[in-house]
Design a protein around this ligand. Structure first.
Ligand code: HEM
Length: 488
């Protein structure tokens, strides 16, 4: 790797690229932010990279100049690993516009309100599984995360446990998110021949990984889509909202060529909804669970608020949300404490720009250092601690500081699933707080099992499974969710 000072960027002193933490690059970017400020310029392998370290500058560039900052950079791993089926990585142009429009029809804020009954129902079903089978809490979070998206995207109703299509999504993402690391993208950009090495040759592992990843991504894109095609008539007759069947029906009037373009876009949009939901929602719930195990006093305070507002004889609903500011602050702190996309998805410039006297060339990769923003000690004292109270004013009202303004990205590429994500995460968090207790796991001798939290690296940042005890808060709480066990 090489680095040199780009003469237009004179004031921005640069670190040594060799010192970039390739597994957790956001840590390096955050060190650079402390030393060099809100904008850092670097040249990596001939590629100009701009790292934005503050919400203010990210908004000034990506929101206010979104016409320039909405492209995506070339990622050498995308095509070989089968990820070009997801429109989140498509360049800024007509294909992306069509995809984004299709996505918006289903996931826009007013339409996403229709998912709420499903979100609450699925959250309650999940609690039954948590109580019955607490060790596999990660699997239950994952099933919940895909269930809402699978239902609104394909009209597919997942079974509460061991669903075959959920397994397919899980398998595809397990391999992809592990192998689609920034190091691999760089490696393939410099050594594209690695994909052509014969299988017996040293270095061909990347080719094998790419083959497996592509196979699983294709399976994940095609099988649920096929399901929606086969069940289109049935779903429409039951008035079930499904992005794919609604659009397939509209497409019937189109000529062959337009139909084919439209169908390809629709598949990509559906794949983006599933990949977009699965890992992000699951990781956020993992972060919440970790915080509850480490901070019993936070859990107790949130439970006390729910008990006071909701009472003990029913479960919380969205109508209670505005009356539960502490729960809201817990959600905000969960998003901030360990942002699940610490550098979001990189943007790229589609023309030259000048900002604050600096020249930013066309084709530059633009990274928003979401991690750095969330760890700004001036804004968040003791930033590495989980303190929901930082979002509450003296009168217990929520402050104006909402991490949702940066953890979902910026500008025209900002997460279009954020309204659905927010409601999904809230419904699970509030239902878990109302009904179950997270506590440290104990060994056979009754001693607390100590652990140091570990996190995944690569595209997303999520706590790995940790020792944890989950039980119903009381018999009464267990009975409240029993109704979802019997399906009554
Ligand atoms: C807590 C949950 C989530 C977080 C923190 C999150 C975060 C993000 C971020 C940081 C980006 C990149 C934004 C940018 O380029 O500036 C993104 C893009 C995207 N997200 Fe999410 N997301 C979440 C949930 C979801 C869900 C539930 C869906 C689907 C229903 C979704 C679908 C997408 C799509 C399709 C894109 C690509 C947008 C584009 O390139 O135009 N996300 N998300």
């Amino acid at each position: 790797m090489s680095i040199y000072f780009v003469h237009q960027f004179t004031d921005a002193l640069l670190g040594n690229v060799l010192s970039i933490d390739t597994k957790e690059p956001w840590l390096t970017y955050t060190e650079w932010a402390a030393a060099h400020g809100d904008l850092v310029f670097v040249r990596l392998l001939g590629q100009e990279v701009v790292v934005i370290n503050s919400q203010h500058v990210a908004e000034a560039l990506m929101d206010k100049r979104s016409r320039i900052y909405s492209d995506r950079p070339y990622l050498a791993t995308l095509e070989p690993f089968g990820w070009s089926v997801v429109f989140a990585f498509t360049g800024y142009g007509d294909e992306w516009r069509l995809s984004r429009r299709l996505f918006h029809q289903t996931f826009r804020p007013d339409f996403a309100l229709k998912f709420r009954p499903k979100q609450i129902k699925r959250a309650r079903e999940m609690i039954v599984n948590l109580i019955d089978d607490p060790q596999h809490y990660h699997d239950h979070f994952a099933t919940f995360s895909s269930s809402v998206a699978m239902s609104v995207t394909y009209g597919y109703q997942t079974s509460p446990r061991d669903d075959p299509l959920v397994r397919i999504v899980e398998n595809a993402l397990a391999v992809s998110l592990q192998v689609m690391t920034p190091e691999r993208a760089i490696l393939l950009k410099i050594f594209p021949f690695l994909l052509r090495l014969p299988d017996w040759c040293w270095g061909s592992a990347i080719k094998r990984d790419a083959r497996i990843s592509t196979h699983r991504m294709t399976e994940m894109t095609d099988l649920p889509f096929q399901y929606a095609q086969e069940h289109m008539v049935e779903n429409l007759s039951l008035s079930q909202v499904s992005m794919v069947s609604d659009n397939l029906q509209r497409m019937e009037k189109l000529d062959h060529a337009s139909k084919s373009i439209f169908e390809t876009a629709l598949k990509k949009v559906a794949a983006a909804a599933i990949t977009g939901s699965y890992e992000t929602t699951t990781s956020t719930l993992m972060t919440f669970a970790l915080a509850m195990v480490l901070q019993p006093d936070v859990q107790r305070r949130a439970q006390a608020e729910i008990d006071l507002v909701v009472g003990g004889d029913r479960l919380p609903t969205f109508e209670d949300r505005a009356s539960l500011p502490y729960v809201e602050s817990v959600l905000r702190e969960t998003l901030r404490w360990h942002p699940i996309g610490p550098i979001g998805v990189p943007h790229a410039t589609s023309s030259d720009d000048i900002f604050d006297g600096y020249f930013i060339p066309k084709g530059a990769t633009v990274i928003s250092n979401i991690w750095g923003i969330s760890r700004d000690e001036k804004r968040y004292p003791k930033a590495s601690s989980f303190i929901p109270e930082r979002f509450l004013a003296v009168n217990n009202a929520l402050t104006d500081d909402d991490p949702a303004k940066y953890v979902f990205g910026f500008g025209r590429r900002a997460c279009p699933g954020r309204h659905a994500a927010d409601a999904s995460v809230w419904s699970v968090i509030v239902t878990m707080l109302a009904t179950v207790e997270f506590s440290p796991a104990k060994d056979d001798q009754g001693k607390v099992i100590e652990f140091t939290p570990r996190f995944t690296t690569g595209f997303t940042h999520s706590p790995m499974v940790f020792p944890c005890n989950i039980s119903a808060r009381s018999r009464a709480h267990s009975e409240l969710v029993d109704v979802f066990r019997t399906g009554a």
